[in-house]
Design a protein around this ligand. Structure first.
Ligand code: ACO
Length: 323
């Protein structure tokens, strides 16, 4: 018998306000045509003052718990991936825990920016397999609109707010095709801080800061790193690209998704794309896209699904699971 982390439910949440390209073009010097051509983005959601990373995360978590059909009180581990927490401390995960009424278990945040959900998933999987916990909630939630420079058209058009969550349960899986997380690889390379960062922080400026990015360089690294880590994970699992039913990539830019798929020889029909509607929601983007494809019936129990992401740091990673 092998103890594995099985995904038993997913959920997501978006702010009430949708902001389309046409409306955005009235606020900054840009156009629907430029944004669609360079990024594939048509729409994003922007949090109102009463919508925060924690409120979005809590709604996504409740939907995931409902989909899993479990009692929230049985959750003994919450990991929340975010770069936009409600407070510098305590961890937003503890606030979500309190909202859900499962006080007493483990709860903490993970900061790996757009790869945060992959990092959180990898940590949760390790903790479940070693028996430190039995039922985990892994959440990616962000309010990037709060750290955007709304005068910088090269970055503010790319991001949106949202949250996604999954329930992972430790189960003994001994079938030939076991359900659960099969392989994960995570990486970081701190040499690239200057290409994608926030120009503030509690210990430096004492401010929150704004997102800064050198888009072209990020683009280049993203395609290489994502293709490489996906091949690594496939190698660990002893599988080939043709074996995968679905790839759920970090939704940064449609051109990054296309270029990565081309590099890997992956059929575009097998790539879940939500960047057109949600834009880049950082740590929320993979679980948001995953939940969208589970709820619309594309991803089903038994499917082999590859999740992958890359973000500031740089950090990047991929995880293969059987639903
Ligand atoms: N509207 C209109 N024009 C714009 C806009 C805009 N929103 N933004 C930039 N421009 C202009 C620039 O000023 C420049 O004008 P110039 O030629 O007169 O100087 C021109 O468009 C080209 O600018 P570039 O930055 O060279 O445009 P590029 O083709 O590289 O596209 C983009 C920019 C979309 C950011 C691209 O580099 C990219 O997608 N990079 C990946 C970054 C990314 O996705 N980051 C997300 C976080 S990391 C991650 O999640 C993987």
């Amino acid at each position: 018998m092998t103890r594995r982390s099985v995904l038993t439910g997913s959920g997501s949440a978006l702010p009430r306000r949708a902001l389309g390209n046409e409306e955005l073009a009235k606020m900054v010097d840009t156009s629907d045509e430029w944004i669609v051509e360079r990024t594939g983005i048509r729409n994003r959601y922007i949090a109102a003052p009463d919508e925060t990373t924690v409120t979005l995360a809590t709604v996504a978590a409740k939907r995931a718990i409902e989909a899993a059909g479990i009692d929230a009180k049985t959750i003994d581990l919450i990991i929340l991936a975010t770069a936009t927490p409600d407070q510098t401390f305590p961890a937003s995960a503890t606030l979500v825990q309190h909202e859900l009424g499962c006080n007493g278990g483990i709860a903490f945040d993970v900061a790996a920016v757009c790869s945060g959900f992959l990092y959180a998933l990898g940590i949760a999987d390790s903790m479940l397999r070693t028996g430190m916990a039995n039922r985990a909630l892994v959440i990616g939630a962000e309010t990037f609109s709060r750290i955007l420079d709304w005068e910088d058209r090269a970055t503010c058009v790319l991001f949106g707010d949202g949250a996604g969550a999954v329930v992972l349960e430790a189960r003994e899986e001994d079938s030939v095709q076991p359900r659960g997380i099969l392989a994960t690889r995570l990486h970081a390379d701190g040499a690239h801080n200057h290409l994608l960062f926030v120009d503030g922080g509690p210990s430096t400026t004492g401010t929150v800061g704004k997102l800064r990015m050198r888009g072209k360089e990020v683009f280049r690294h993203a395609v290489t790193n994502l293709a490489d880590v996906l091949v690594e994970v496939l190698g660990d699992a002893g599988l080939a690209i043709e074996d995968i039913d679905w790839v759920v990539p970090h939704q940064a830019n449609a051109r990054i998704l296309d270029a990565t798929a081309r590099k890997l020889g992956l059929a575009p029909e097998r790539v879940i794309v939500t960047v057109d509607q949600h834009a880049n929601t950082s740590a929320a983007s993979v679980p948001l896209a995953l939940d969208t494809a589970i709820r619309d019936g594309r991803i089903k129990v038994g499917d082999l699904v590859m999740l992958e992401a890359m973000g500031g740091g740089f950090t990047w990673g991929a995880s293969l699971l059987r639903m």
